[in-house]
Design a protein around this ligand. Structure first.
Ligand code: SAH
Ligand code: SF4
Length: 385
């Protein structure tokens, strides 16, 4: 039996005006023409003008664009938006780390963390997805069901929100508080490469936020087929979440290793565009007590990385409720680092930052989703569900 839906009387959903924040320069010019706000001949010039206002001055209101004609400003604000997403929560750690819980839409919440005194002056750890589809067993984010990829606008918005909070507009050339960006927040950036690449184009543009590509690092759990594209599209620094030196253990810690085993991963890394001694791969290695922290494993790591321009970041495991892992002792971590140093690798131990506000690596997980997950469990626990 056929069913016809009569939608003629369904109430129209209010449509949010398109936000210009996540558009590349050519996309911005095209959007202005398509909306009939700017004639084609003037599109490039107008787009450059708007670009400076949006990304250099950080304005959120077209009325502030004083060198744009009044009628054009009115047409722009009737058609487009520059609004920032809502900050649900802002927490500041004892050590100065700032964590923002940002609502991108109903039920779409991500965490972004600003860490002072990292990189040149301060690094922003941004999320690329809400949750993550990969279930690395030591990672809190991995326990959160993926809601969706973030758009380029939502990735750029995380930088803007931090800049608002740091009062860093117009984008300063010197003495910045925010100098580095790391894609080490929630999600697997290489599963959202197009939006990550567009966001990096916007963030690195010299007439805007102007954070150079050399100071942007993308961390991946090892999505080998996307490594080449990442290098070609973004020219960003590469970080690899390694955590183990043999396939058997890595499969347990990073299940994606079953799909892309170590030998393939290492080949993919060796071929990463632009790799050199001045431009080394960062290997992240989380220190798990009794799991991957023996001297033999440190030696195996030195062997594994032979010939690759690399630095190794040892990350003390950050505990979260129910993780089932413990962090290696400080003396074990130091002994591990000493072996790597003797093997010729710089291997700084990453000081955990913002632990008191659950802002450290792998602790990110948006509260809203936690609530939903527990609600889901409740439904699953009801006999008829
Ligand atoms: N999905 C990407 C980027 C986000 S994870 C990736 O896996 O690389 C950022 C880093 O935090 C990764 O190196 C990840 O392995 C590490 N990490 C995850 N959980 C952690 C925890 N509980 N303690 C310390 N580091 C953790
Ligand atoms: Fe996802 Fe990275 Fe966490 Fe693994 S470590 S679950 S890839 S966010």
């Amino acid at each position: 039996m056929g069913v016809t839906l009569d939608l003629s009387r369904a109430p129209a959903k209010p449509v949010a005006p398109p936000n210009l924040t996540g558009l590349s320069r050519p996309e911005l010019a095209a959007a202005l023409v398509d909306a009939g706000v700017v004639p084609e001949g003037k599109a490039k010039m107008r787009a450059s003008q708007l670009w400076r206002w949006i990304h250099h001055y950080g304005v959120t209101d077209f009325a502030q664009m004083t060198d744009v004609a009044k009628e054009t400003r009115a047409a722009l604000s009737a058609t487009f938006s520059l609004a920032r997403p809502h900050i649900v929560e802002r927490q500041v750690s004892k050590d100065g780390t700032r964590k923002y819980l940002i609502r991108m839409g109903p039920g779409i919440e991500v965490e972004t963390v600003y860490i002072p005194d990292v990189g040149r002056a301060g690094a922003l750890c941004v999320s690329s997805q809400v949750g993550c589809t990969l279930n690395c067993t030591f990672c809190h984010t991995g326990t959160q069901a993926l809601v969706r990829n973030l758009t380029a606008a939502e990735i750029v918005a995380q930088v803007q929100v931090a800049r608002d909070d740091l009062e860093e507009w117009p984008s300063p050339k010197e003495d910045r508080k925010l100098t580095n960006i790391v894609f080490m927040g929630m999600g697997e950036p290489l599963y959202n490469l197009d939006n990550v690449a567009t966001a990096i184009d916007i963030i690195s543009d010299n007439e805007g936020i102007a954070i150079s590509r050399r100071r942007i690092t993308v961390s991946t759990s090892g999505v080998v087929p996307q490594l080449q594209a990442l290098g070609e599209k973004t020219r960003a620094g590469l970080a690899i979440s390694l955590h183990a030196t043999n396939d058997e253990l890595r499969e347990k810690l990073v299940p994606l290793n079953r799909k892309y085993p170590l030998a393939e991963l290492m080949d993919g890394i060796r071929a990463y565009p632009g790799l050199s001694n001045a431009n080394r791969v960062t290997f992240e290695y989380v220190m798990l007590k009794g799991v991957n922290d023996s001297p033999a494993e440190a030696k195996a790591l030195v062997q594994l990385l032979k010939g690759i321009p690399a630095k190794i970041n040892l990350i003390p495991f950050n505990p979260w409720p129910g993780s089932g892992y413990e962090c290696s002792s400080w003396s074990t971590i130091e002994a591990f680092a000493a072996i790597l140093n003797r093997g010729g690798y710089a291997s700084p131990i990453r000081t955990p930052r913002g632990r008191d506000i659950l802002a450290a690596c792998g602790q990110l997980k948006s509260e809203s989703e936690k609530v939903r997950a527990s609600a889901r469990r409740k439904i699953a626990d009801t006999p008829d569900a």
